[in-house]
Structure formats: structure tokens, C-alpha cells
Write a protein that binds this ligand. Structure first.
Ligand code: AVJ
Length: 323
């Protein structure tokens, strides 16, 4: 409505569209073919991902929510109060709202790649927390973050970087290290990182989580071909690609693939590529970290681990790390 203040949204160094599309095309023509998981999340993809989070087999979201709900006050005691809450990949913001009250945050910085969603998220936050300043950053954090100036503009109050959902698992270990190092560089002395990380476990559990009985994850995976068809003028036929998910134990990652079920000649921009039956496109890696491995990664990024909270089975871990 006209009486409502407009949230401030800043567009940071976003990957130029041409670069984004060139990278997508290069992946589709590479051997093996691959598509970055960032292309999953068009409107349909976001809806399917939200449905995945409700599935019986997809335990990470539920466990993380339970860990947060059970230990919220204790976790908050490890975080600066009255600071800035930086929500990486904020989506609709619902994971952050319960934290704003307990940490008495004075500013919420939502970081996301989708500007339309971000505005809605900020508006919804402003309605619930009138005393908090709301700010949005549109950026793609597959590249280094440059939020220092924005964080300083609030009297430099200490930030909490919130990175839930084991999204860090989408990065290859070297890229995960680069992102963590970049976050570390924003913390000053008092800032903290609050991050949720999925752990390796029985492959049958992992494979069910990424290949559910209702086929929601299969639909989520195939949907990326619709995104690609639109983005690059391709003619992939999603129904002729089979969803496959398996746990690569040597690499400690779930791999999601789309496997052609018959010979296809696919137009990719101005090129043609054949997919023979059984040929696969890699669409996602989801790395799983033991506490020992993740704590080593944090240390390499220049963090001191303060505390870890886990479910009883040790399937999912929430860490607070400090400079
Ligand atoms: C959003 C990257 C954390 O890896 O578990 C869920 C995405 N893919 N089911 C994950 C996903 C298939 C999810 N992350």
C-alpha cells in the first residue's frame, strides 16, 4: 500500500547475463555435460524445492528446524546481540524471522539472486519487525561477496552471517573454502557465522532423500531442462531424461544426474549435441561433511569453531564459528 515504506534493495556485482548463459552453454557442450544447480530455481523450481522440504524422505530441513527450535536461546547466546542479521539465500525469509527477536537484531540484510522475491521478503519482515531496518542485496554468491561497505553503513554493528540448509554443500570443496573465507573477511572481531551442514550417512538414507517415492525430486531435477530450454533456446525433452541420484562415497557427495532414455539430438543455441541412451547430464553435487571435515574447512578459512549442535543421530549439524 502507499503508506508502506519501500525497502531498500541494492544490486551488487551480479554475474552479467551473457556470462551466465555462456557458462550454461559451455557446460551443456562439455564432456560430461553439466548444468549449475543455480538454474534449478525459477518459479516452478522454487515451488518444487519447497515441496521437497516437506517430503518424509528429505530430512535436512526438518532436522535443522528442530535443532534451531530446541537450542535457539543457547545458540543466540553465542551470537552478538543488536547486530546485523545477514541472510544468505534468504528466499522468503521464514528461517530468519524467529532469530530476529532473540538476537535483538537491529538490521536485516537479505541476500538473494531473485529481486522480486527479495522485495516481498523484506516487506513481510518490515511488517513483523517494525523496529528493524530492512535491506536487500541482489547478488550471486557463487562469486566473492563484497558487502563490507553495506555492513559498515550501519555503524559497523557486528554481523551474523546465516547460511542454513546445507547450501554450502552445492559448492566443490575449493569453492566452499573460498566462500567461507570471503564471509570470514566480513566479520570484524565480533561477527559470527551460523551455518547448517548435512553429514554423510547410510547411502540408502541419502539416496531416498534425493530420489523420493513421490517423484518430487525427479520433477525438480527435470524442471531444470525447461529452464535451460527457455534460457538458451534448446529443445531438451524433459520426459526423455531419467532422474538419478546416488551417493559418491569417495567424494562424500550426492550426485544428481539426468540420464537420456533414448537417442536425442538437442539444439543448444546454434549447436547440436547428441545424447545417446545412458548419457548423463550432471545437475547437482551436494557435499556431505563430517564434523571433523567441516571444522577443518572452517579452520582453513580462518575461523575458530565455537560450538556445534546436532540431532541425536548426528545426521545434521549447526555450527557457530567466529574469527
Ligand atoms: C538447497 C542445495 C541444500 O543439496 O539438499 C534438494 C537442494 N536438491 N534436493 C540439497 C536439493 C535435491 C539442496 N540444497
Amino acid at each position: 500500500t502507499g503508506t508502506q515504506a519501500r525497502p531498500r534493495v541494492v544490486v551488487e556485482a551480479l554475474e552479467p547475463v551473457e556470462e551466465r548463459l555462456a557458462g550454461l552453454e559451455a557446460g551443456l557442450l562439455a564432456q560430461p555435460a553439466w548444468i549449475s544447480p543455480k538454474f534449478f530455481y525459477d518459479e516452478q523450481g522454487c515451488a518444487l524445492y519447497n515441496a521437497i522440504c516437506q517430503l518424509a524422505e528429505y530430512y535436512p530441513t526438518r532436522l535443522e528446524n528442530a535443532i534451531c527450535a530446541t537450542h535457539r536461546a543457547e545458540i543466540a547466546s553465542y551470537l552478538p546481540s543488536a547486530g546485523q542479521w545477514v541472510d544468505l539465500g534468504c528466499g522468503d525469509g521464514h528461517k530468519s524471522w524467529p532469530w530476529l527477536g532473540v538476537t535483538m537484531a537491529t538490521r536485516y540484510v537479505g541476500v538473494d539472486i531473485a529481486p522480486e522475491w527479495l522485495r516481498q521478503t523484506l516487506r513481510s519482515g518490515m511488517r513483523q519487525f517494525p523496529q528493524v531496518e530492512f535491506l536487500g542485496i541482489v547478488t550471486d554468491f557463487t562469486r566473492p561477496l563484497h558487502l563490507q561497505a553495506i555492513l559498515r553503513s550501519n555503524s559497523g554493528l557486528p554481523p551474523v552471517f546465516f547460511y542454513p540448509g546445507s547450501s554450502i554443500g552445492n559448492f566443490e570443496p575449493a569453492a566452499a573454502l573460498a566462500l567461507l573465507t570471503s564471509i570470514r573477511g566480513h566479520l570484524g572481531r565480533e561477527g559470527r557465522l551460523l551455518i547448517g551442514v548435512d553429514a554423510p550417512k547410510d547411502p540408502a538414507i541419502l539416496e531416498a532423500a534425493y530420489d523420493d517415492a513421490l517423484g518430487v525430486t525427479a520433477a525438480f531435477n527435470r524442471n531444470v531442462l525447461r529452464v535451460v530450454n527457455r534460457a538458451l533456446d534448446c529443445d531438451f525433452e524433459p520426459r526423455h531424461f531419467r532422474h538419478r541420484a546416488w551417493f559418491n562415497e569417495a567424494e562424500s557427495r550426492v550426485e544428481m544426474l539426468l540420464v537420456a532414455d533414448r537417442l536425442q539430438h538437442v539444439r543448444i543455441g546454434s549447436r547440436l549435441r547428441d545424447f545417446a541412451p545412458g548419457d548423463a547430464i550432471i545437475t547437482e553435487y551436494s557435499y556431505k561433511y563430517t564434523p571433523a571435515r567441516f571444522e577443518a574447512l572452517l579452520a582453513q578459512a580462518g575461523f575458530a569453531m565455537l560450538r556445534r549442535w546436532s540431532d541425536e543421530r548426528g545426521w545434521f549439524h549447526l555450527y557457530v564459528a567466529a574469527p
